[in-house]
Design a protein around this ligand. Structure first.
Ligand code: 5GP
Ligand code: MN
Length: 339
């Protein structure tokens, strides 16, 4: 097995020769995963490559406006079609995930195919042995920022049209909480300025992402903040546990729960927020923190997950009640870190 990926820069000189390319991302893609993938696909297509974008699962309604999204294959519902492209591809770009299991039902196929595999990602602890080339920088705000760097560093910045700019901008505002998280470096603002200069309509992107829900979703938020949130001031922690019945009652769809985990952090003093949703096959956790509270390690240690220092996720096969109890136990175990 390979131990080290070769640096991404070694790909640049190979970009001029047309290839069959598949670009993929983590399951249940967010604005960064989908935006970075569609931006890269757009630029590679302009360079003459034959590009297909495959998502491991479906994606939220609020990403459907993205230029190129209509052609994305949903592997979960079109596995055979996806396999045809995967079996035939020469290159596979893996964006915004650190380990093949983050592509769920597609992971075994990605491990099996023998094409050149390239990782571009910003999550902790990448599974580098799975990739031939790549770059993994946890200091980067988003994979979209890394795709911007890839395009510019490889000498193709003239290919950043307004479609590419909109996708990349969606990715950076998604992953930086609209320029507020600590990962928002001067380079991120310079990138945003450059995208604006190239004709980006930034207001439209914000509206597509954040003003694009149904009434049900807003009522659902009201309901869960009132009835499903527990604030544990002693531990500077808040917890939201959502039973399946709430999802059914409010017609909750993929993407409707995105961002909910951030609400408790708006309460004075709250520095750790946990959100758990009772999904059919598992209980899915999201964690967010402020400052020195490391939720990547927390998710890895207690909930079979991972992610970033201040934003992570995990899962559990326990019941909702049991997994909430486990969270509280873990919180007490880590009480000193939470002060
Ligand atoms: P979210 O809470 O938005 O689902 O995820 C927050 C961050 O943690 C994202 O960067 C996501 O990629 C990562 N993440 C979410 N769930 C998991 C998981 O089960 N395993 C790992 N390794 N990372 C996760
Ligand atoms: Mn990301």
């Amino acid at each position: 097995m390979r131990l080290r990926m070769k640096p991404i820069q070694e790909i640049y000189s190979l970009l001029s020769q047309p290839r069959k390319v598949v670009v993929t991302m983590h399951q249940k893609p967010d604005p960064d995963a989908m935006g970075s993938s569609l931006a890269l696909a757009n630029v590679l297509t302009q360079l003459g490559h034959q590009v297909t974008v495959i998502s491991p699962t479906n994606w939220p309604e609020f990403l459907k406006w993205m230029p190129g999204a209509k052609a994305v294959i949903d592997y979960e519902s079109a596995r055979e079609k996806g396999n045809k492209f995967l079996d035939d591809t020469e290159w596979l770009f893996c964006l915004d995930f650190n380990a093949l299991h983050r592509t769920k039902h597609m992971a075994a196929k990605l491990a099996e195919i023998k094409c050149l595999k390239i990782l571009i990602d910003h999550h902790e602890e990448p599974e580098t042995a799975s990739f031939d080339y790549g770059i993994s920088l946890t200091s980067k705000s988003s994979t979209s920022e890394m795709i911007y760097d890839f395009i510019v560093d490889s000498g193709h910045e003239s290919l950043i049209n307004t479609d590419v700019a909109a996708c990349l901008y969606a990715g950076i505002i998604g992953d930086t909480g609209s320029f507020r998280f600590p990962s928002t470096s001067p380079a991120v603002h310079r990138m945003a300025a450059d995208l604006l200069q190239r004709g980006l309509n930034h207001t439209a992107v914000h509206e597509y992402l954040y003003d694009n829900f149904l009434e049900d979703r807003l009522k659902f938020i009201g309901h869960i903040l009132l009835h499903r949130m527990e604030v544990l001031y002693e531990y500077n922690t808040a917890l939201i546990a959502i039973p399946k019945s709430d999802l059914i009652k409010f017609n909750i769809r993929t993407g409707d729960t995105e961002g909910l985990v951030n609400y408790p952090l708006t309460i004075q003093g709250i520095r750790l927020s946990g959100l758990v949703i009772d999904r059919d096959e598992e209980r899915k956790w999201s964690f967010r923190s402020k400052g020195k509270i490391d939720v990547n390690t927390f998710a890895r240690k207690y909930f079979n997950g991972g992610g970033h220092f201040n934003a992570s996720g995990g899962r559990s096969a326990d019941s909702l009640r049991e997994t909430v109890q486990k969270f509280k136990k873990a919180m007490i175990e880590n009480a000193s870190q939470l002060q």
